[in-house]
Design a protein around this ligand. Structure first.
Ligand SMILES: NC(=O)c1ccc[n+]([C@@H]2O[C@H](COP(=O)([O-])OP(=O)(O)OC[C@H]3O[C@@H](n4cnc5c(N)ncnc54)[C@H](OP(=O)(O)O)[C@@H]3O)[C@@H](O)[C@H]2O)c1
Length: 387
């Protein structure tokens, strides 16, 4: 069943969606099927697609009545298709009648193995159903980039990264029938000031403190607001984007610089404490360490990675600098992109104040951080839900 919304509010979770008047390009795609639309990434992507009514979106959600699904409907030009991506009939219904697709399969639901299967089926069914431009929500194929060294193995990265490469190779033969682009993001910057993430900070003796196993490394964090712009750019520029792997980030964020920038922006003390992996896993994430990284992955399947194994590889990737970005290309594609963590913190502070959420310093206090709406839908749902 498809649910229709007609309101014209341009906010999602209170966040103002950037308007896109600056983008001018031939109109090729009009209706986009989005998987992952109610997620942290999907909300700004859908917001950017429908902001000026250039595109309409059919968003897949397992629950059309959720707070986030309703926020999407309130944008206008959005309908919700209720169902799961792990169902061919639902995928067919989702793609049929659309000409574009933005597909972000939630590997933290499925686990790595099942994610790979459904991502492949999405691409295949999209072609069969006549999609003309397919954007795949990707993460770096970190294992390969690290020279196939298993210290750098994170299932939620490799599960996407392999498929990103596979799609680009399929696209060599299929590009005139269905164009495809891979949109490679990375850890959301927002996670560094949010509860229940691998980089959630704590306030210790009045000092905002990040205790993470990053050494002298840096995380190429992405700004969700910019993800909306980039996704929109891919659909607006299908000829250039066809066959492209657009790898994005704000900058490589060194957490010492993150703490310095936080102090500068808020006037309150902050620090980064490099933490060895054993200490990290004895901390707030201890209870989750042995759970499967994907909440519907089979714990008895030996291919299933635990949280601990998955995020140990994840931190090693950043600690040892395995992932690069072409920042000059990003400057060209998005001249007004957020370029530094300080700029991001400043904007976030202002945005929070404007929305009545308080200053950044107030927002990271535990009584506020743990009671405000979670960044990730998966946290909002308590890591539960159907495959
Ligand atoms: N956290 C990060 O920093 C980060 C960065 C880049 C990429 N990613 C990747 O992004 C993916 C998750 O997206 P997110 O970050 O936006 O997380 P999120 O906020 O937890 O959102 C999860 C999304 O997936 C949808 N979903 C989950 N299972 C589904 C199913 N069976 N059928 C249809 N939709 C389903 C949810 O929709 P409903 O609940 O409405 O059905 C929701 O829209 C993961 O693969 C993750 O690796 C995460």
């Amino acid at each position: 069943m498809e649910w229709l919304g007609d309101a014209v509010e341009l906010t999602v979770q209170g966040a103002l969606i950037q308007t896109m008047e600056t983008i001018v390009s031939p109109q090729e795609i009009s209706k986009i099927f989005v998987i992952g639309a109610t997620g942290a990434q999907g909300l700004p992507v859908v917001g950017a697609l429908v902001a000026d009514r250039k595109y309409s979106v059919r968003a897949l959600s397992r629950d059309a009545t959720s707070r986030r699904a309703k926020a999407l409907l309130a944008l206008g030009n959005v309908s919700i298709l209720e169902g799961s991506f792990a169902d061919e009939a639902v995928l067919r219904e989702g793609f049929r009648g659309c000409d574009g697709a933005f597909i972000n399969i939630d590997g933290f639901n499925t686990g790595e193995k099942t994610e790979i299967y459904w991502a492949i089926r999405c691409y295949e069914i999209a072609i069969e159903e006549g999609i003309r431009f397919f954007v795949y929500g990707n993460l770096d194929y970190a294992l390969k980039k690290a020279g196939y060294d298993s210290r750098f193995r994170a299932g939620h990265y490799d599960g996407k990264g392999r498929i990103g490469e596979w799609i680009l190779s399929q696209n060599l033969a299929n590009r005139d029938r269905m164009g495809a682009a891979v949109f490679t993001t990375g850890p959301y910057m927002e996670m560094a000031i949010s509860a229940m993430t691998p980089m959630t900070p704590s306030v210790e003796d009045g000092i905002l403190t990040w205790r993470v196993p990053l050494g002298d490394g840096a995380v190429p964090h992405v700004a969700l607001e910019d993800c909306g712009y980039y996704a929109r750019w891919l659909f607006d520029n299908p000829r250039r984007a066809n066959g492209m792997n657009l790898e994005v980030a704000i900058e490589h964020v060194d957490y010492r610089k993150l703490a310095e920038a936080f102090e500068k922006v808020t006037g309150h003390p902050a620090r980064y404490i490099d933490t060895d992996l054993d200490t990290y896993w004895a901390g707030p994430l201890k209870a989750a360490a042995n759970f499967p990284a994907g909440y519907n992955a089979d714990p008895a399947d030996k291919s299933t990675m635990s949280f601990r194994d998955n995020f140990t590889g994840f931190w090693n990737i950043w600690k040892h600098g395995m992932i690069q970005r072409d920042y000059a290309l990003l400057d060209e594609i998005h001249p007004h992109r957020i370029r530094t963590v300080e700029e991001w913190l400043r904007r976030e502070d202002q945005r929070g104040r404007a929305l009545g959420m308080g200053s950044l310093w107030e927002r990271v206090q535990p009584q506020n951080m743990y009671t405000s709406a979670p960044l990730l839908k998966l946290s909002e749902d308590g890591r539960k839900g159907a495959l």
